[in-house]
Ligand binder design. Structure first.
Ligand code: C2E
Ligand code: CA
Ligand code: CA
Length: 547
C-alpha cells in the first residue's frame, strides 16, 4: 500500500483548521499548526516529508509572510510548496506572497472537491519541479549541480566562437580537517559562505557549479581571472584562515568534453595544495604530462598490487673491514604496464599524499617475509633484510604488533627483519614516533635511523629514541668526505654513535676514497654503487654466493 502524503495546515482559526482537515484527512496525513512559529518548529523537528503547506496569512505570533521569509532561507524547507489560504482575492497580499515563494492561492469558502483536486495537482506539479530542481541545483548552496553545470557550459560553448572563456576549479584547503574540527554544520556554513562569495564576485556571464564537497566549478571569461588575481590577498576576504586554491583551464580546444576540461582545472588546483603563497595554477602542456602521469599512477596502483607489479629489489650492505655482506635493504620498484620501470621517486611521494603508501608498504613487508621464509626452507644462510617505513605508517596502527604477527605467520625470527625509518619523521610528531618505535623495539625488531644528516637531525635525538643502527645519508657522506680530515665531523659523528652503542652504515658510497676515509673513521658498514646497486632477488643471491 502506498503511504499517504503529508499535508501541514498552518491556521490560527480552529474552525478553519478543522474544516480543511476534514476535507483532506481521507486522502492525506494532516498535521496542524496554529501559527507560523509553531509550524516552523514542527518542520524543523519532523522527520516526515511534508508534501505541501496550506498557509494562512493573518496569524498571531508569526504571520504567513514572516513564515515564508523564514523558510525561504532554509535550503531544505524552501523546497516544500506553499499554498496560501485566504478569505477572498486580495491582489496586494497575493503579490507579496508570490514573491516570497508561495505557489498559489485557494479561497474560502472551501469546496471539498475542488480543494482536493487542486492540492493533488499542486503536489504533482511540485514533485516534478523539485525533482528537476534537485537534479539542477545543489541542495546546500543553490548553485548548479555538476551535471547541470556540464550541460549549461556545453550549450554555451556550442554557440560561441570566441576563445575568451575559462574554467576555474576551486579547492578549500584542509576542508576535511575543518569539518572534523568544527563539525558538519560549520562546514556547511562555510560552503554556503564560499558559494555566496563566488556569486557576488562573478559577473552575469558566469556560471557556478558544485563539483563535490568543497570543490566548486566556475565558467567565466578570462578578464575575471585577471581580476581575481589582482585582488592579492582576496583569500582572507571570505574568512580568516580559510584558504582557497584556484585551478584555471583556458578553453582553447573545444573538441574535448567539458567534463575533461573540469578535470584538468581540478587537477591543476591540486598541484598547489599546501604551497605558502600560491593560490593560482594554470593548466598548460608541461603540467599536462605530469598530471596525466600522476593520474595514471593513481588509477593503476590498486591493480599494481593485485597483479604483483611491485617488485622488491635488494641492495647489499657490506662490512667495511672485510667486505663481507652483512645484510641488505629492500627497495621497491614498479614494473608498470604503461609507464615502464619505475623507481620509488616516481610514485612514493604520490602514495604518501593519497594514503596508498600504507598498502604498498604492507605488500613489500609481506614479500620480504615471504622471501626470508623461502630462503629458510631452501637452507640459504639468512641475513637481515631492512624494510622502509613511512611516517604515516606509524600513525596508522601499532607497527610492532603488525610486524610481530607478520613474522609469526611466516615462521621467521624477528632478527632477520629490520626497520628503517627516516630521521625526518622525528621532526613533527616526536612523541608519537617515539611510542611507535618503542612498540617496534618491544617486539624485538632492530631499528635503523635512515638518512641521518640530511635534514634537521640532532645527535641529541639519538639519546631520546632507541635505535640500533645509524644510516648516514648519501649527501652527508659526500660532503664530509670532500673535506679534509681536520675539517670533517665524520669521525666525531661516528664516535658519538658508537658511544651510544649504535652501529653505523654509510649510504650512497660511490668512490674508493670514500671507502678509505670511512674505514679510517671506524665506520662499520657501507651501502652504495661502489659495492652494488639495488638488484632483483636472483641477482642478489648470486652476489651473495660469490661474496
Ligand atoms: P633510501 O631508503 O634512502 O634508499 C636508498 C636510496 O639510495 C635507494 O634509492 C638506492 O637505490 C639509492 N642508492 C644506494 N646507493 C647509491 C649510490 O651509491 N648512489 C646513488 N646515487 N644512489 C644510491 P631508491 O631505491 O630509488 O629509493 C629511494 C627512496 O625511496 C628510498 O630512500 C626510500 O626512502 C624510498 N623507498 C624505497 N623503497 C621503499 C619502500 O618499500 N617503502 C617506502 N616507504 N619507501 C621506500
Ligand atoms: Ca632506507
Ligand atoms: Ca637512506
Amino acid at each position: 500500500m502506498l503511504s499517504k502524503k503529508n499535508v501541514l495546515i498552518v491556521e490560527d482559526s480552529l474552525i478553519d483548521r478543522e474544516m480543511l482537515s476534514e476535507i483532506l484527512s481521507n486522502t492525506y496525513n494532516v498535521f496542524q499548526a496554529e501559527d507560523g512559529q509553531c509550524a516552523l518548529n514542527f518542520l524543523r523537528e519532523t522527520k516526515d516529508n511534508i508534501s505541501i503547506i496550506l498557509l494562512d496569512i493573518n496569524m498571531p505570533v508569526m504571520d504567513g509572510y514572516a513564515f515564508l521569509r523564514e523558510i525561504k532561507n532554509d535550503s531544505r524547507l524552501s523546497m516544500i510548496p506553499v499554498v496560501i489560504t485566504t478569505e477572498s482575492n486580495d491582489i496586494d497580499s497575493e503579490i507579496e506572497a508570490f514573491s516570497l515563494g508561495a505557489i498559489d492561492f485557494i479561497t474560502k469558502p472551501y469546496n471539498p472537491v475542488i480543494i482536493l483536486k487542486h492540492i493533488e495537482n499542486f503536489i504533482k506539479f511540485s514533485e516534478t519541479n523539485s525533482f528537476i530542481r534537485k537534479y539542477q541545483y545543489d541542495q546546500l548552496t543553490g548553485v548548479y549541480t555538476k551535471e547541470h553545470f556540464y550541460n549549461k557550459v556545453s550549450e554555451i560553448l556550442r554557440h560561441s566562437q570566441e576563445e575568451k572563456y575559462v574554467l576555474i576549479a576551486t579547492n578549500i584547503e584542509n576542508f576535511k580537517l575543518f569539518n572534523d574540527t568544527f563539525g558538519r554544520i560549520e562546514g556547511d556554513k562555510l560552503l554556503v559562505e564560499v558559494s555566496k562569495y563566488f556569486k557576488k564576485h562573478l559577473g552575469n556571464n558566469s556560471i557556478l557549479g558544485r563539483f563535490s564537497a568543497d570543490r566548486f566549478l566556475c565558467f567565466t571569461t578570462r578578464e575575471f581571472v585577471d581580476e581575481l588575481r589582482s585582488f592579492g590577498n582576496y583569500n582572507t576576504q571570505i574568512r580568516e584562515n580559510v584558504i582557497i586554491r584556484y585551478g584555471v583551464y583556458n578553453i582553447i580546444d573545444k573538441s574535448i568534453s567539458v567534463e575533461q576540461m573540469c578535470d584538468r582545472a581540478l587537477l591543476v588546483a591540486d598541484t598547489i595544495k599546501g604551497q605558502y603563497d600560491t593560490y593560482f595554477a594554470i593548466y598548460d602542456d608541461v603540467l599536462r604530462s605530469t598530471l596525466h602521469r600522476n593520474k595514471l599512477i593513481n588509477d593503476t596502483m590498486e591493480e599494481g598490487i593485485l597483479k604483483k607489479q611491485f617488485k622488491v629489489y635488494l641492495q647489499p650492505k657490506y662490512s667495511i673491514k672485510d667486505g663481507k655482506i652483512i645484510g641488505c635493504e629492500a627497495l621497491v620498484r614498479w614494473e608498470h604496464p604503461i609507464l615502464g620501470f619505475l623507481t620509488p621517486g616516481d610514485f612514493i611521494p604520490l602514495f604518501e599524499e593519497n594514503g596508498f603508501i600504507f598498502k604498498m608498504n604492507n605488500y613489500v613487508w609481506d614479500e620480504v617475509c615471504s622471501l626470508i621464509a623461502s630462503w629458510k626452507n631452501k637452507g640459504i644462510k639468512l641475513l637481515p633484510i631492512s624494510v622502509n617505513i613511512s611516517r604515516s605508517d606509524c600513525l596508522r596502527c601499532n607497527l610492532g604488533e603488525l610486524f610481530r604477527s607478520l613474522v609469526d605467520r611466516y615462521g621467521i625470527d624477528s632478527k632477520y627483519f629490520h626497520v628503517e625509518i627516516t630521521e625526518n619523521v622525528y621532526v613533527n610528531n616526536p612523541d608519537h614516533i617515539i611510542k611507535s618505535l618503542e612498540e617496534i623495539k618491544n617486539n624485538s625488531f632492530k631499528i635503523e635511523m635512515d638518512d641521518f644528516g640530511s635534514g634537521y637531525s640532532s645527535l641529541n635525538m639519538l639519546s631520546q629514541i632507541s635505535v640500533d643502527v645509524l644510516k648516514l645519508d648519501m649527501s652527508f657522506i659526500s660532503n664530509e668526505t670532500k673535506k679534509t680530515e681536520e675539517e670533517s665531523i665524520l669521525s666525531d659523528v661516528i664516535n658519538m654513535a658508537h658511544r651510544l652503542r649504535l652501529k653505523v652504515v654509510a649510504e650512497g658510497v660511490e668512490e674508493e676514497y670514500q671507502v678509505n676515509r670511512l674505514k679510517n673513521c671506524g665506520c662499520d658498514f657501507a651501502q652504495g654503487y661502489y659495492y652494488a646497486k639495488p638488484m632483483p632477488v636472483e641477482d642478489f643471491l648470486n652476489v651473495l654466493n660469490n661474496n
